[in-house]
Design a protein around this ligand. Structure first.
Ligand code: ATP
Ligand code: MG
Length: 122
């Protein structure tokens, strides 16, 4: 379902360049539960941000359902984030004045799901 192929990513801050990911490859299958472990600074967040479509790799490829993302446009990434991937942040970024239902509905509203479908509990 998700293939991470030889992905590298580095950050440049001024003249300091940090290699966060160096040729990382792994495959994630449907319904697979995977935990990524590593010491602080080993690149876990960098990898998750790339898998989540929040940040871009420098080289390599992220293959989503057999399709390369090398030529993905901003719209393709938007669609991927809206329809394909879910992301729970370490700090949840919840909206304090909204109910749980309203918060769940918000993502569905952005995805274009009708009000009746949003309220439909299977
Ligand atoms: N925005 C950034 N600008 C510059 N360097 C960064 C940036 N984000 C991460 N880095 C560097 O990239 C490397 C990998 O960081 P990353 O945050 O991915 O590690 P991590 O495994 O998630 O660490 P932690 O367990 O502390 O959350 C570290 O050396 C970090 O300092
Ligand atoms: Mg982290």
């Amino acid at each position: 379902m998700l293939q991470i192929k030889n992905i590298s990513k580095q950050y440049a801050v001024g003249s300091v360049v940090t290699k966060a990911l160096d040729n990382v490859s792994l495959n994630l299958r449907d319904n697979e539960f995977v935990a990524i472990l590593g010491p602080s600074g080993s690149g876990k967040t960098t990898l998750l941000n790339i898998i989540g479509g929040l940040d871009r790799y420098d080289s390599g490829d992220l293959v989503i359902n057999e399709i390369s993302t090398k030529k993905y446009s901003d719209r393709d990434w938007d669609s991927y984030r809206n329809h394909t991937i879910g992301f729970v942040f370490q700090s949840y970024n919840l909206i304090p004045h909204q109910t749980v239902l309203a918060k769940v509905e918000l993502a569905l509203t952005i995805s274009g799901i009708s009000k009746s479908e949003r309220k439909n509990v299977p």
